[in-house]
Ligand binder design. Structure first.
Ligand SMILES: Cc1cc2nc3c(=O)[nH]c(=O)nc-3n(C[C@H](O)[C@H](O)[C@H](O)COP(=O)(O)OP(=O)(O)OC[C@H]3O[C@@H](n4cnc5c(N)ncnc54)[C@H](O)[C@@H]3O)c2cc1C
Length: 477
């Protein structure tokens, strides 16, 4: 991979950072750290859990770097910071992607500055932001400048570093629907502890591959993300009940064609869908005053539904939309979620990508599977989230999700409100067989649980041993 190794200046610009003095002379191995590690370090055997309290890990060392030099110090020193070193942000992910027993867990949340706006080598307007910045913070900052990124999914707590090299989904207006599509440059700490800068202007192929690497090639410390003038969205909400899963799939296909972006919350066992048809509504960075107070009620209701994993107590009357039509800023609908306790209803989900041509088959077979499972175990998921994503050319997204060339994908994700419920776990494991093996759906190592080797393959060239945990090792091929 062609990369620019920087010393003494910001990886993507001229901001002073604690970079190593002479990267060319450094090699791998037990080298002393360039400077002593200054951030938070915990090595007393604490256990760390994900947001949903369903996955835990006991690293030998947990660190929160407060400078790029700290990240370099960790990666370089294999004695103090045992291999593998794995980066995390808000630890929202539902899978064992955060697991690193006996290794070094590196949390980026204290590297969360928004450095500023600039024009890149291709003349695009980009925002330069540190890896630990949360998406809500980024959205608010851009809103204040009349700008936006196209990816505006509801999750405000996810960090830029994670979503730049990981998997995401959003039914975006005028956008691909996954965050990394808008990332134009990245700086990261490589296995030698050097800061490297790569961008789509300099080396498209290796840059696009790096964006599919889940942190296995290096720890992202800074990114540039393309921005555009902020725009408003009009959502038209409607409820649909169908007689068959095929009819529901047809209705949804027709509704999607009428609008600019489409999202639905489907109660599959009841053949019921709450549909959100999104339309471009012209320029604007904040929700118009005339949309209030309905918009804020809608925002809080949506946040509550997501926080609690779509819990509706099987009463579909709760799902009546609060408004039929509303114009708003999508950035205002990006929410923050509180860390739940183990006794609270909280979101858990499974992710699968399918080509749009398979929508009827996916609805039909998933419905049959769900009804059969209900008969045996008296259990159904609370709902299914349906997103549509626009796939780019394969060279833009060479591996993993959305990598099969131009077209439209949808993700049809069962969700539930207790990640530790044994029936939900069984449902998710058994449904993996149908969704991945029979229906050919693509899973994600950070958004699909209970994966087995062979369910997905991450090319070996995208992983370095210094960063590769046992969880990821099983998928390398
Ligand atoms: C309530 C809730 C709502 C959600 N809604 C959505 C949604 O609408 N759309 C969507 O796409 N997802 C959604 N998610 C999933 C979530 O956005 C992703 O799992 C996201 O990756 C989490 O970001 P994080 O900072 O918590 O990553 P973490 O869980 O902390 O890390 C996940 C992985 O990202 C990689 N990584 C993290 N930081 C770095 C770094 N600096 N450098 C390199 N690699 C790194 C590592 O592989 C790490 O294991 C939701 C999750 C929850 C809990």
């Amino acid at each position: 991979m062609k990369v620019v190794i920087l010393s003494g200046i910001s990886a993507l610009g001229n901001n002073p950072i604690n970079a190593i003095e002479n990267p060319a002379s450094t090699t791998t191995g037990n080298q002393p750290a360039p400077i002593p590690f200054q951030g938070l370090l915990e090595n007393e055997g604490k256990i760390y859990s994900n947001w949903g309290l369903s996955k835990s890990t006991k690293p030998a060392v947990y660190v929160e770097p407060i400078s790029y030099g700290d990240v370099q110090a960790v990666v370089k020193d294999t004695r103090l910071f045992p291999t593998p070193v794995s980066p995390v942000g808000s630890m929202l992910s539902v899978t064992p992607t955060i697991s690193n027993d006996g290794g070094t867990l590196l949390c980026t949340l204290k590297l969360d500055e928004i450095i500023g706006l600039e024009k890149d080598e291709k003349g695009r307007r980009v925002v330069r932001v540190q890896a630990g910045c949360r998406l809500k913070k980024l959205n608010l900052w851009l809103q204040s400048k009349g700008l936006e990124i196209p990816f505006q999914s509801e999750i405000g707590d996810a960090t830029v570093g994670s979503v730049a090299v990981g998997d995401t989904k959003d039914s975006s207006l005028d956008g691909a629907g996954f965050f990394s599509a808008g990332v134009t440059a990245i700086s990261y700490v490589n296995p030698n502890g050097e800061i490297c800068a790569i961008s789509d202007s300099r080396d498209t192929l290796s840059f696009n591959e790096f964006k599919c690497s889940y942190g296995l090639l290096g720890i992202v410390v800074e990114c540039c993300v393309e921005v555009r003038p902020a725009s408003l969205c009009t959502s038209k909400y409607s409820l649909h009940q169908s007689k068959s899963p095929e009819e529901l799939a047809e209705k949804i296909t027709q509704l999607r064609k009428e609008c600019d972006a489409f999202f639905a919350f489907v109660i599959l066992d009841k053949l019921f869908a709450t549909c959100d048809q999104r339309y471009k509504a012209g320029p604007g960075s904040v929700t118009p005053i005339e949309s209030q107070p309905q918009f804020n009620k809608l925002r809080l209701a949506k946040r509550s539904a997501i926080q609690h994993g779509g819990y509706h107590g099987q009463n579909t009357n709760n799902l009546q939309p609060l408004v039929r039509e509303i114009t708003y800023s999508r950035a205002d609908l990006v929410n923050e979620y509180w860390r739940p306790s183990a006794t609270e209803n909280r979101l858990d989900f499974q992710y699968y990508e399918h080509d749009i041509s398979k929508i009827k088959a996916v609805f039909s077979q998933s419905h049959a599977f769900t009804k059969e499972f209900e008969k045996k175990h008296s259990f159904v998921p609370n709902a299914w989230a349906l997103y549509f994503i626009n796939r780019p050319e394969s060279k833009m997204k060479p591996h993993g999700l959305y990598s099969t060339g131009p077209g439209v994908s949808f993700s049809f994700d069962p969700i539930f409100s207790n990640p530790n419920d044994p029936n939900w776990r069984l449902f998710a494991r058994e449904y993996n067989n149908l969704a991945i093996k029979t229906l050919g759906g693509k899973p994600s190592p950070i958004q699909t649980q209970w994966l087995r080797p062979g369910d997905l393959i991450i090319p070996k060239k995208l992983a370095h041993p210094r960063f590769t945990t046992n969880y990821y090792l099983q998928f390398l091929g």
